[in-house]
Design a protein around this ligand. Structure first.
Ligand code: GLN
Length: 457
């Protein structure tokens, strides 16, 4: 009854084959069945059912709401039903969804038949797989079939990384295309609300709802966004795909490499021009990302002092002591570590050597992309992750910060350059887990990017 995508469900709704309330009840029962995944931190059952009832009324009246607010409001304006709030790494810092005050999120594929059949002998039964992160609850929620669309927050890959590990589609739009109003900032100059869906068509539909200028976010583009539908038949003959050689990163699994090569060959066989390209500053990107990220974190987190909102410590010796205790009690190790690193990079004697230098290199990284796109390349094909989803116990053994840095290697470059990027599931690993590949597109060319992604789907 649910339909495998938003597209199918919407068609069933239009045809009167199912009501919004029935769809909502169906999703809610999945939410309950899969509560062990820890994907949702709050299930807004009552609100969801109320909204679904309202949507039923609207559908019958052919109500078409306007586009004019923040991401959530825009979805509501279009009759979307809110299922709940999903789990993620604290303040979006992480690549596993293992660092949340609500506990880690479990990858639905941990319980899949394919994984159970193919996993190696000696595997610890109690060990489940991570979702990737930081927006792992959203990816798990879509992957488990509890909803059609989920929002993520993509600063360095937090939408694409978990989408890839959970076998779903994850889109990071061009910076400034979707309003950040209401999104807690991580790195203001890189944050973009991301879209997680079961198929590429649904990502295009959700983007059509979410994109556009917002008076509450001055960095959004002024030009009106034209929602688009992706074509049913796709002609690749005029398409030029670039394979950036610097993305052959250390630590990439042999399976990812062979999938990447295979897909490049598939595009070539289907008529696209596939060429090797160079983005020479790529190897510096991850380091610069972390200097810029931690520096912005140091300043962004200053607002969480216990006075205005959030947790406040009971320590009352002095205001200073209350601030310190609030922040010590309220932030996890990863967040505190980033605040410390960021403040180090921003010290007077370090500012030029680290922060300013990282900003300059960021410009060079963005220019690399511009040059490649100006040379005629339409989209780049790269891996999304280094391998398939890691078991939780293995993932948490490593140092958090090092691990995060490794995991972002293929994804943060698009944030550094403000470009749109999408991950698409492309088959299973030897362990029976989802593998995916990423396409990076020209700024504001989401239609072209998603069309290419749909061809591969
Ligand atoms: N892994 C990245 C980080 O920890 C992802 C950040 C994000 O996209 N929210 O910085």
């Amino acid at each position: 009854m649910l339909g495998s995508s938003l597209r199918e469900a919407a068609a069933a709704l239009r045809l009167g084959q199912v009501s919004a309330t029935e769809l909502c009840q169906s999703c809610l029962s999945f939410v309950k069945e899969t509560s062990f995944l820890n994907a949702y931190i709050t299930v807004t059952e009552e609100v969801a059912l109320k909204q679904a009832a309202e949507a039923d009324k609207r559908f019958s009246q052919g109500y078409i709401p306007p586009y004019n607010a923040t991401v959530v409001q825009k979805l509501f304006n279009h009759g979307a039903v809110l299922m709940g709030k999903t789990n993620h790494d604290e303040f979006g810092m992480g690549s596993g969804s293992t660092d949340s005050i609500f506990g880690p999120v479990k990858n639905p594929w941990s319980y899949s038949k394919t994984y159970k059949e193919k996993r190696f002998a000696g595997h610890n039964d109690a060990d489940w797989l991570i979702t990737g992160g930081s927006s792992g609850g959203s990816a798990a929620a879509v992957s488990a079939g509890t909803c059609y669309v989920a929002l993520g927050s993509d600063t360095g890959g937090s939408t694409r990384n978990p989408a890839c590990h959970c076998g779903v589609v994850g889109l990071k739009p061009t910076y400034g295309l979707v309003s950040r109003h209401g999104l807690i900032p991580l790195v203001n100059s890189m944050d973009v609300p991301g879209i997680i869906t079961r198929c590429v068509d649904d990502a295009a539909t959700a983007l059509g709802v979410l994109a556009g200028h917002d008076p509450y976010d001055s960095t959004t583009f002024q030009n009106p966004f034209e929602p688009f539908k992706l074509p049913e038949t796709i002609d690749l003959s005029k398409l030029c795909i670039g394979i950036p050689k610097e993305y052959h990163a250390p630590g990439m699994s042999a399976e990812i490499l062979s999938l990447w090569t295979k897909v490049a060959d598939m595009f070539e066989d289907a008529g696209a021009k596939v060429i090797a390209v160079s983005l020479p500053h790529t190897p510096y990107s991850i380091v610069c990302y972390h200097v810029l990220c931690t520096s912005e974190v140091a300043s962004n987190m200053a607002r969480f002092d216990g006075l205005q909102y959030g947790h406040r410590s009971d320590v009352e010796d002095s205001t200073e002591a209350m601030y310190a205790a609030t922040r010590r009690e309220g932030f996890n190790d990863v967040v505190r570590g980033r605040i410390l690193s960021g403040n180090f990079f921003l010290l007077k004697q370090n500012y030029e050597q680290y922060f300013l230098k990282a900003q300059k290199v960021r410009r060079l990284i963005a220019d690399d992309f511009v040059k490649v796109f100006e040379s005629g390349v339409h989209v780049l094909l790269t891996p999304t992750t280094l391998g398939d989803a890691a078991p939780y116990l293995e993932f948490i053994q490593e140092d958090n910060r090092t691990r995060s840095a490794q995991e972002d290697v293929f994804t943060q470059c698009a944030n550094m350059a403000g470009l749109p990027a999408v991950t698409v599931p492309v088959g299973l690993s030897r362990r029976g887990l989802p593998l995916g590949l990423q396409f990076i597109g020209r700024a504001l060319c989401e239609e072209q990017l998603l069309t290419v992604a749909k061809w591969l789907e």
